[in-house]
Design a protein around this ligand. Structure first.
Ligand SMILES: C[S@@+](CC[C@H](N)C(=O)[O-])C[C@H]1O[C@@H](n2cnc3c(N)ncnc32)[C@H](O)[C@@H]1O
Length: 286
């Protein structure tokens, strides 16, 4: 099922760059299996819209919180392997509403503690923003999604160096992860500089568009935040048109000032050094 889903979703962009340095390759073997988000046969939450993320906290039906993460994981991947096809991957405490292990992914059950909220960064690149967010908010769970293996390895070095307990990684296409999540489970989603596709003829490659905004609207809680950034004026215009036209989102901010808790990535800093001006867009899920 997952393979079928992935075949139908073409991913534009690189999965691999230069060979990983030995230390990073080792982390891919040792740390990634411990923090990797696994998705089993997927359909999103069987329940209808869930109003509040608190419904997901406090317990899991179908996934034992006693079972350690590593017990649920398959053997670690081989060094430098391509992570394109993944093996398998609530707290309303009502068993009827709670997604079961084989029916969906409970983001609150991914951590060794029950997070007060869960946030997702899509296309985290080198992971600087994600790691800084996680370090500043230790009671919040963070999921990061990135198919570029070198970026994943870079994030892992930060997770290890800062001993971050609240980061989980899906090393693949965010659309597969989004479709596996239950409704209304995320407090915040970040999509930062995800779309290097300024040409109009490549518009269908862009992550921000109606289809993915629908996905994001489904998984965000009411009042949840979607943060977008780009330093290409045409893309900023595209993103604001797409998001402003979406019935589930209300614009809270659109301009050149980063949110107060923002940590620039190397990519963003390089753009600023090259004279580009970032645009930050912040939306609230109705
Ligand atoms: C230009 S880089 C920016 C990285 C990072 N957000 C930053 O600001 O430094 C865009 C990233 O988005 C990732 N990306 C693109 N499409 C994606 C998708 N469908 N799912 C997850 N990540 C994606 C790419 O792999 C790439 O690393």
């Amino acid at each position: 099922m997952i393979e079928e889903q992935q075949k139908s979703k073409r991913l534009f962009g690189r999965r691999k760059g230069r060979p990983l340095r030995a230390g990073r390759a080792l982390l891919m073997d040792t740390l990634l299996p411990r923090v990797r988000i696994m998705i089993s046969s997927i359909s999103p939450s069987p329940c209808g819209r869930v109003e509040n993320a608190s419904r997901f906290r406090g317990g899991v039906v179908g996934v034992s919180t006693q079972q350690s993460l590593s017990e649920r994981m398959p053997p670690p991947p081989r060094k430098n392997c391509v992570l394109s096809t993944l093996p398998q991957g609530e707290g309303d405490l009502s068993p009827a509403l709670a997604p079961r292990n084989d029916e969906g992914l409970n983001p609150f059950a991914l951590f060794d503690f029950v997070p007060e909220a869960v946030r997702l960064e899509i296309g985290f690149g080198g992971g600087e923003h994600l790691a800084a967010q996680a370090a500043a908010n230790p009671s919040v769970g963070f999921m990061g999604c990135e198919p570029f293996i070198n970026g994943v390895a870079k994030l892992l070095t930060q997770v290890e160096a800062q001993d971050l307990k609240n980061v989980r990684v899906y090393p693949d296409d965010a659309r597969v992860l989004l479709d596996a999540l239950p409704d209304s489970c995320l407090a915040m989603c970040f999509v930062l500089y995800a779309d290097p596709w300024p040409k109009n003829r490549h518009a269908e490659r862009r992550f921000i568009g109606r289809e993915n905004l629908d996905r994001l609207a489904r998984v965000l809680t009411s009042g949840g935040q979607l943060r977008l950034a780009t330093d290409v004026a045409g893309l900023a215009q595209w993103m604001r048109e797409q998001a402003n036209a979406h019935p589930s989102f209300v614009c809270l901010y659109d301009g050149p000032n980063a949110p107060a808790d923002w940590v620039p990535t190397r990519y963003e800093q390089k753009g600023i050094a090259a004279g580009r001006t970032p645009t930050y867009l912040v939306y609230k899920r109705r």
